[in-house]
Design a protein around this ligand. Structure first.
Ligand code: PRP
Ligand code: URA
Length: 209
């Protein structure tokens, strides 16, 4: 699985346990999702290009590095992706934010599109798609297609938990898209939920069930 980055770190492992635990309440779940997004952001932005500029410290003139290249946009998949936005923006406050609305039809598990609002200049930006769960991969593939159709060329996928089935679906459809996740779980169950997973990410994040 060449373009999948499973980010290993003690803080990530600890926070993952918290969100997997069914007794964790909405407040702690929300905080941990946001913090996990921040930790994954560190890894997903490791390859950002830098350029050298000259600055003056209180002591001397020196050359120092700043981020260059394409500007970033983050695009959460509604609803659950919303929970990851703040964590990313705390590290990249200038990133623009687009929104893609997709839900899985409970019978077919296929994604249904209901909203798309992206920055006007999205085609000139590198985009990180945010969604805590990559299950069948249907939602991810649909979101990537929506962005590619609008001219976006560099896309990364950030998930908290991925299933092998979802990774395979994204890799087959879009081998150029790198996936960053905190865990690659065992499999999907008969209802296309990730095992062991964390249940329904949207419901746990927003307390809707
Ligand atoms: C969840 C999750 C993903 C999708 C993953 O959203 O947040 O978007 O399922 O499943 P897939 O890989 O099989 O497409 P859901 O459809 O439950 O919508 P919600 O966030 O509005 O609850
Ligand atoms: N969507 C979720 O929220 N959880 C899963 O396990 C699969 C899809």
């Amino acid at each position: 699985m060449s373009n999948v980055h499973v980010v290993e770190h003690p803080l990530i492992a600890h926070k993952l346990t918290l969100i997997r635990d069914k007794t964790t309440g909405v407040k702690e779940f929300r905080e941990a999702i946001s913090e996990l997004a921040m930790l994954l952001c560190y890894e997903a932005t490791r390859d950002l290009p830098l350029k050298e500029i000259e600055i003056e410290t209180p002591v001397s003139i020196t050359k120092a590095k700043v981020i260059s290249g394409k500007k970033l946009a983050v695009v959460p998949i509604l609803r659950a992706g919303i929970g990851m936005v703040d964590g990313i923006l705390s590290l990249i406050p200038a990133a623009k934010v687009g929104h893609i609305g997709l839900y899985r039809d409970p019978v077919t598990t296929l994604p249904v599109e209901y909203y798309c609002k992206l920055p006007d200049d999205v085609a000139s930006r590198e985009v990180i798609i945010l969604d805590p769960m990559l299950a069948t991969g249907g939602s991810a593939v649909a979101a990537i297609k929506m962005l590619k159709d609008r001219g976006v060329s560099i896309i990364k996928m950030m998930n908290i938990i991925a299933a092998p089935e979802g990774v395979k679906a994204v890799q087959e459809a879009y081998p150029d898209v790198e996936i960053y996740c905190a865990a690659l779980d065992e499999r999907l169950n008969d209802h296309a939920y990730i095992v062991p997973g964390l249940g329904d990410a949207g419901d746990r994040l927003f307390g809707t069930k």
